[in-house]
Design a protein around this ligand. Structure first.
Ligand SMILES: [Cu+2]
Length: 462
């Protein structure tokens, strides 16, 4: 029944063959202008995700697939990109974790034009920095929990460094997603989305092709949480993860952990030694979430039987262990000499009545009325993120990488570079970045319902 082929577990050679075919197939045979075909084409159109034979989800995806095509680019090598919108709504594609100008970054709040229904756009994109990035839609969903990030518009982008140590035998890309959301009241009267179906690479556990591995292989997992709103916890029965990068950026202290936590838009790169032959489940740690589908089977060559799962006892994740804790330890990651200018941002919610959707506030104001702090190019800034709400928030800064400096009064941290950070509830978290990419720069909560209800602001450059 199940074939060993998996479109998400590709050797480099296999990928080169497939991606060559994919690009070539978009050019009509014999048409002279084929030479001018873009390097990458993303066609946004309705498609069906068959999470299982009983769960066929109508959604919007890229090039008829969810996740969209795996894009590989070489750092600094410009690529031509064409986006075709075959839907009935304006669309936009955000290149998450890249240093792109605001005109093409993919956020209308920064000034990127929307692509009208039926229209196309084409631009050149210089991919950097190297690492595991992704692309996704950046529109408003509001009450329609099939739109925007609730849809299937997400895909992997790997920006290859100029030199790659490549201490692994193969790569596997995994996207975590939640589907069929509806608003439900929490015990506190706040409304939140809940989901019927959860998937990895668009499939529920038991319905996708198993990932085929061999004893002794080193597999580099690239895990993306593309969920519109949910934090996910991932374990791999019989195996552990050596976390080597967070949000695509190498961590100063790689650590071996039993489970991963990924907030919406976060990525983890982890090496797994295939040293425990059998048939195993990689999946959501929380039983009810895995039962809704979030899992995938890894199958060793010549192994048989039912996939096995080990239920962890508790949830565990700590960003701090991947960072250096004193500058002296971190010779490779020196603390910048210049003092950073502080910018205080307080996050809170305004209760709009029992059963109503709350409004999100940054320094007391909701987007589009939020402040527009002015940045000076070359200057270092420290964001003091004071979360006065009862929720944790995956806060994302566009077009820049920040360094995590302090979480809830803990030690000063160095070397942990990210573009999304889950800001704990009722605590203050500090991050720093250098303003080195002039242009409008969006900061927002990556939880779709929160950004839709005001949790966004723009930094301007002087
Ligand atoms: Cu939020």
């Amino acid at each position: 029944m199940l074939t060993p082929r998996s479109t998400t577990a590709l050797t480099r050679r296999r990928f080169a063959q497939l991606s060559g075919m994919a690009v070539g197939s978009l050019a009509l045979p014999g048409v002279a202008r084929a030479a001018a075909a873009p390097d990458v084409t993303l066609e946004i159109a309705p498609c069906i995700v068959e999470a299982s034979p009983r769960h066929r989800i109508r959604t919007i995806g890229y090039n008829g697939q969810v996740p969209g095509p795996l894009l590989r680019m070489r750092e600094g090598e410009p690529k031509s990109v064409e986006i075709r919108n075959r839907t009935l709504d304006p669309e936009i594609v955000h290149w998450h974790g890249l240093f792109l100008p605001p005109e093409i970054d993919g956020a209308m709040e920064e000034g990127t034009p929307m692509v009208a229904p039926g229209a196309s756009t084409r631009f050149m994109l210089t991919p950097r920095p190297a690492g595991f990035r992704w692309y996704h839609t950046h529109t408003f969903a509001g009450k329609d929990l099939a739109k925007a990030q609730y849809s299937g518009q997400h895909g992997f982008l790997l920006i290859e460094p100029r030199s790659d140590p490549g201490a692994y035998d193969r790569e596997v890309f995994l996207a975590l997603h939640d589907w069929n959301g509806h608003m439900d009241g929490g015990g506190d009267g706040f409304m939140m989305p809940v989901y019927d179906v959860t998937t990895i690479n668009g499939k529920m556990l038991g319905f996708g092709d198993p990932i085929q591995v061999k004893p002794g292989e080193r597999v580099l997992l690239h895990v993306l949480n593309s969920s519109p709103t949910e934090v996910h916890w991932i374990a791999f029965a019989g195996h552990s993860f050596q976390v080597v990068a967070l949000d695509g950026n190498a961590v100063p202290r790689p650590q071996t952990v039993a489970m991963l936590r990924l907030a919406p838009a976060e990525r983890v790169c982890a090496l797994v030694e295939m040293n425990n032959p059998g048939v195993w489940v990689l999946g959501e740690v929380r039983r009810h979430v895995q039962a809704a589908g979030m899992g995938i089977v890894f199958e060793y060559a010549n192994a048989g039987g039912k996939p096995k799962w080990d239920q962890p006892e508790e949830l565990a994740w700590n960003y701090e262990r991947f960072a250096m804790q004193t500058p002296a330890e971190g010779a490779r990651y020196p603390v910048p000499e210049e003092a950073a200018t502080g910018i205080a941002l307080t996050f809170d919610a305004k209760f709009m009545g029992h059963g109503a959707e709350e409004q999100w506030l940054i320094n007391g104001k909701s987007y589009p009325n939020t402040e527009e702090p002015v940045l000076h190019a070359g200057q270092r800034y420290r964001l003091l993120l004071k979360n006065e709400s009862a929720d944790e928030h995956p806060v994302h800064l566009h077009r820049h990488t920040f360094e995590v400096k302090r979480i809830d009064g803990g030690p000063e941290l160095t070397g942990l570079r990210k573009d999304v950070l889950l800001i704990p509830a009722q605590k203050t978290t500090e991050v720093e970045f250098t303003a080195n990419h002039p242009g409008r720069t969006l900061l927002h909560c990556h939880q779709q319902d929160h950004m839709d209800r005001g949790f966004m602001m723009v930094f301007r450059y002087a």
